[in-house]
Write a protein that binds this ligand. Structure first.
Ligand code: ATP
Ligand code: MG
Length: 335
């Protein structure tokens, strides 16, 4: 009986783009967009993936909102309502009280006050206890790295809104840098390039498809992709061809910013831990780790072997789930 209660404990990753919930007994049970759709009276009409798919397609009185932007809570009440919705969905308890413990991870830029308020939101949604875990610690734990040992581990989480590079040892963060660079910024760079070069507006989802299809941190590939947009001159829909090379050039500033963040952390790392990292390599997590060529670029610039974690998009939620198993240890180090 006690065991089954603990089994419902959850790890939650509220990211700028994606929110994931992992249950202690069954792994990841929820994978949704961090998005909500509201009507004119600000009532929720859709949450998560369903809301995301309305993006750019909504009738006049429905608005799709992202409660988090660039790793910052832009609308706290929406964020809270969304979290409550997801928690109840993951727990499978529509009545509300699932009585389990929750470990939450939010982007580094979220304020302490907002973190406390999100813990409260998890409790209000029925969690018996809730606490925050540093995102990079969760990312490293979820990647299966030995974070509790007295060894330096470098993890770089390239998310949608932020990139966090951190050196972890003994379960805590030794050095950390966060910057507002990542997937959504790369998409924005592609949109801006197309607008400036061709006078054509493309949607954020189209830009993301271009990035996933042809984006690369290294000048690889000569392919091209046909996409749809709207001609700013005529106002009419149109198609255009975008080449891999121009996408590579357009996203270079973002890629360089992410690389700069990693280099800064390395320059601040105490020598013993830096030695561990040179010996053991660095790990990439977050959806941005899937951008072609990122690991090769990092390895060639820093001289450190660079590995992409298995299932990089799941690492933070999986790490939060593992932290629930060792709750006393991580509670002590909670931010
Ligand atoms: N194959 C891919 N290539 C490049 N980018 C990808 C790929 N798959 C997903 N992404 C990008 O990863 C991003 C989402 O990653 P992730 O879920 O780690 O972010 P997040 O946790 O929501 O954001 P953050 O941690 O910044 O708050 C999106 O911008 C998405 O476009
Ligand atoms: Mg994230």
């Amino acid at each position: 009986m006690r065991f089954s209660l603990f089994g419902r404990d959850v790890g939650i990753d509220i990211g700028t783009v994606n929110t994931l919930i992992a249950r202690r007994d069954s792994g990841i049970v929820l994978r949704e967009s961090t998005a909500v759709a509201l009507d004119r009276e600000k009532r929720l009409v859709a949450v998560g993936e369903e809301a995301y798919h309305m993006l750019g397609r909504t009738p006049g009185d429905v608005r799709v909102m992202h409660p988090l932007q660039d790793g910052v809570v832009v609308d706290f009440q929406l964020c809270e309502a969304m979290l409550r919705h997801f928690l109840l969905q993951a727990a499978g308890h529509p009545a509300g009280r699932f009585g389990a413990r929750a470990v939450l991870c939010v982007p580094g830029c979220v304020t302490k006050v907002e973190k406390r308020a999100l813990e409260d939101a998890a409790r209000n949604a029925g969690a018996r206890a809730a606490f925050m875990l540093d995102e990079p610690v969760a990312a490293a734990l979820g990647a299966g790295l030995p974070v509790e040992e007295p060894l330096g581990t470098l993890v770089v989480d390239i998310g949608g809104g932020t990139t966090d590079a951190a050196v972890i040892a003994l379960g805590g963060i030794v050095v950390k840098r966060s910057i507002r660079a990542g997937g959504t910024h790369i998409d924005a760079a592609i949109m801006q390039h197309v607008r400036r070069t061709y006078g054509i507006v493309i949607g954020a989802r189209t830009a993301e498809l271009i990035k996933i299809g042809m984006g690369s941190a290294l000048p690889a590939g000569f392919g091209s992709m046909q996409v749809r947009g709207r001609d700013m001159g005529t106002g009419l829909p149109c198609t255009l061809n975008v080449s891999a090379m121009e996408v590579y050039r357009a996203i270079q500033p973002q890629v360089r910013a992410i690389l700069g963040c990693v280099r800064e952390v390395l320059s601040l790392t105490p020598p013993e831990l830096a030695g561990d990292i040179y010996e053991r390599g660095m790990w990439l997590t977050g959806g941005g780790a899937l951008l072609n060529g990122v690991a090769d670029l990092f390895a060639s610039v820093t001289g450190i072997s660079t590995y992409i974690a298995e299932r990089p998009l799941d690492c933070v939620a999986e790490g939060a789930r593992r932290a629930v198993e060792n709750i006393a240890f991580y509670r002590e180090r909670a931010v």
